[in-house]
Write a protein that binds this ligand. Structure first.
Ligand code: SF4
Length: 464
């Protein structure tokens, strides 16, 4: 066990004692998550510690004794959303001065944001960043035991601290980090600055964690990393590529489904396509962000592939894996994007016929190369392009989903919706299907027939 981990477990024990002695009733916590799957995973780590030391989770941030905001800084408006929420907590803080409000995550890696919080929101008691999240128990102990504020952000990763407590949001599925950070420095992206360079987890640690999740009832695992395809490049003591770890995980006994996110087209190999094709557990869904269909823009974004290369991978995937679902991300209005560049993007989307496209308007992030570029596009032009893009994406989705009508498939029940009358299940290809509730439960796998297509989801029936 690493010294850092032993230390944190000691703080967890100290916190347990303090919580038992300081509160008459079981105190509550609320972790508010902004951003991506990596942040969602980090929030599960925070919740795991809070629950272990004696807090209970609630969803009302006004009522909670501890509220932690786990922030994202990928988009500009994320800051406004965060500060709005913190401002609203001022009243509940002054009603209960023992309330602890904390902020962590990517935004706190930016010095200017930390200064802003200190100045504008003096009732925030703890701040930490992405590199010392593993020290949450220690930081919280300092805050509670000494009744003081702790603002501790470091600008470099220390080491990967394994096996700290975790509380999975869902009992039947969970994400597992295989690596942290990113080396790619796409011109528009702040992630490498706030999450650091790539650090891969040891393969055996990943396997052990997944086996434990499966033992606890998890059916579906999503391997997480900013660029999973470069997993293993930095491992010194062992040789293990993303293909290798994917294969090892896919063969773990008891695993029903395996997904991964996010892939980078420059590193997506033909070998990987073969592994996906032959596996029974790896889902037939690939999310491969292209961002733009214009070579000029891709070059300026520092994406290190061309549209031809991207299309080549897609064609190979489609020819090898029948009925594969392919999704992507697109940024509209990147600096210097002309009508011709945008039309190249539309053309690529039509060629690939993506099952779904996550569309984003370019968001200027200070500290990135793109923020300093000339040629930022006016908002009204970006909005018009964005709407045109959505129209094309919807038309394609409409055509694609209709092809699935009548098909039978397995769905993992994830939720109950529509006046508590319908189950929401996820198919292997990542589409959702709504179907009338039966005696089954959330987390069960059922066979369904798809009856109606609604752009990005289906309505179906259970086959009994
Ligand atoms: S691959 Fe590019 S877009 Fe993705 S996290 Fe790294 S720098 Fe950001």
């Amino acid at each position: 066990m690493s010294d850092l981990k032993i230390e944190q477990y000691e703080y967890i024990e100290k916190l347990k004692r303090i919580v038992k002695n300081n509160y008459l009733e079981t105190p509550s916590f609320c972790v508010v998550t902004f951003g991506c799957q990596m942040n969602a995973k980090d929030s599960e780590k925070l919740a795991g510690i809070l629950e272990l030391v004696g807090f209970r989770e609630i969803i009302d941030e006004n009522a909670a004794d501890i509220v932690i905001f786990n922030t994202c800084t990928v988009r500009e408006n994320a800051n406004n959303r965060l500060y709005g929420r913190i401002g609203q907590l001022k009243t509940s803080f002054y009603k209960n001065e023992n309330k602890i409000i904390g902020i962590c995550g990517c935004m706190m890696q930016e010095k200017s944001e930390v200064e802003y919080v200190k100045k504008k929101y003096p009732y925030v008691k703890l701040i930490f960043g992405t590199f010392n999240l593993f020290k949450f128990a220690e930081i919280l102990y300092e805050v509670i035991s000494k009744d003081k504020k702790v603002y501790e952000v470091i600008d470099k990763p220390i080491e990967i601290v394994e096996n700290l407590p975790m509380k999975n949001k869902y009992s039947f599925k969970c994400g597992v980090n295989i690596m942290y950070g990113c080396n790619n420095f796409c011109s528009y992206c702040i992630v490498p600055y706030v999450r650091g360079r790539e650090r891969s987890r040891n393969a055996d640690d990943i396997i052990d964690e997944i086996k434990l999740h499966i033992k606890n009832g998890v059916k579906e695992i999503m391997l997480l990393g900013q660029n999973v395809n470069s997993y293993g490049n930095d491992l010194k003591d062992e040789k293990c590529s993303f293909k290798d770890i994917l294969l090892r995980v896919s063969n773990i006994e008891g695993l029903y489904r395996l997904r991964f996110m996010t892939s980078h087209p420059k590193d997506f190999s033909y070998d990987l396509i073969d592994v996906i094709k032959k596996s029974k557990t790896i889902c037939k869904h690939i999310h491969l962000p292209v961002q733009s269909g214009s070579n000029k823009i891709l070059n300026s974004m520092n994406r290190k592939y061309t549209r031809e290369h991207y299309l080549d991978i897609i064609n190979h995937i489609k020819s090898e894996i029948e009925n594969i679902s392919i999704t992507t991300d697109i940024i509209v209005g990147y600096p210097t994007e002309t009508e011709d560049d945008f039309n190249d993007t539309i053309d690529l989307i039509k060629q690939v016929e993506f099952d779904s496209v996550f569309t984003f308007k370019y968001s200027k992030r200070e500290g990135t190369k793109a923020a300093l570029m000339d040629g930022h596009i006016a908002d009204d032009i970006v909005s018009k392009r964005f709407d045109r893009l959505l129209e094309v994406v919807r038309e394609i989705a409409d055509k694609k989903t209709k092809q699935y009508i009548g098909i039978e498939s397995e769905a993992l029940i994830e939720d109950i919706e529509i006046d508590k009358k319908m189950f929401v299940g996820r198919l292997d290809n990542n589409y959702l299907v709504y179907f009338p509730m039966s005696k089954k439960n959330i987390g069960d796998v059922v066979r369904v027939r798809l009856k109606e297509a609604h752009n990005f989801y289906f309505v179906g029936e259970e086959i009994v």
